[in-house]
Ligand binder design. Structure first.
Ligand code: ZN
Ligand code: ZN
Length: 229
């Protein structure tokens, strides 16, 4: 779970490519483009930027499909009023990146804005608590309590994060049942979400390195809600 400096640098490179990809893809998202087309553009960008492989099949889901945390990109066309969730990662020097952003297309309802901001608060608060010596279960509880207290606990259906290395999903698991304590030089994700069936979903995921004083966040993409017009 604890990685060498060399491995951490490779993970940082993979994630830097992810950040560049997110900036690029923002210029390509518009109503009338399919989820599959955006997923293909993400993957092409990662390969053009030096990825050896994809860390996992790209998730690119919009509108009602965004309520499926692990949904596959479909032929559905993105339309105004949709949330679009993109979860992707490159493999660089044998190590994985992993990040998720949800963006709004055209317009957002009051409910969408509310749910987005709850996920954002959960993500930022849990991430700020990540530090050497803190139990993983505590990080999960922070995110889950914020979502539950806001009334959406039933819609947070997965754990809060995981370790990353040569595989995209490694120990530690950041969940309620985890008995692992975070330690310096563990790369971990923090990725709470809310998924409302038949409506929409939101997930925000950063990949960061645990340190004695907190984290080095390897993910620099904007987290405040982006509305694409
Ligand atoms: Zn992810
Ligand atoms: Zn992840």
């Amino acid at each position: 779970m604890i990685k060498s400096a060399e491995a951490l640098l490779s993970i940082a490179k993979a994630q830097a490519l992810g950040d560049a990809c997110f900036s690029y893809i923002l210029t390509r998202i518009k109503p009338g483009v399919s989820e599959k087309a955006i997923a293909a553009e993400i993957e092409n960008f990662l390969f053009d930027g030096g990825a050896e492989a994809l860390a996992f099949p790209t998730i690119c889901v919009s509108g009602e499909n965004s309520a499926k945390p692990h949904g596959e990109p479909s032929d559905k066309l993105i339309k105004n009023g949709d949330f679009l969730t993109m979860d992707f990662g490159a493999v660089v020097d044998g190590y994985c990146g992993d990040m998720t952003r949800t963006v709004a297309v055209g317009r957002v309802s009051g409910k969408q804005r509310k749910v987005y901001n709850i996920v954002l608060e959960a993500q930022e608060t849990a991430l700020a608590a990540v530090k050497d010596g803190v139990p993983c279960s505590h990080i999960d509880k922070i995110a889950r309590d914020i979502i539950t207290n806001a009334g959406f606990g039933a819609f947070y259906t997965h754990s809060t994060g995981h370790g990353v290395g040569r595989q995209v999903h490694e120990d530690p698991r950041i969940g309620a049942e985890s008995e692992t304590v975070l330690a310096e030089n563990m790369p971990v994700t923090v990725e709470p979400g809310i998924y409302i069936p038949g409506e929409f979903g939101v997930r925000i995921e950063d990949l960061a390195i645990v340190t004695k004083f907190g984290i080095i966040n390897l993910t620099h993409s904007e987290k405040r809600m982006i509305v694409i017009n």
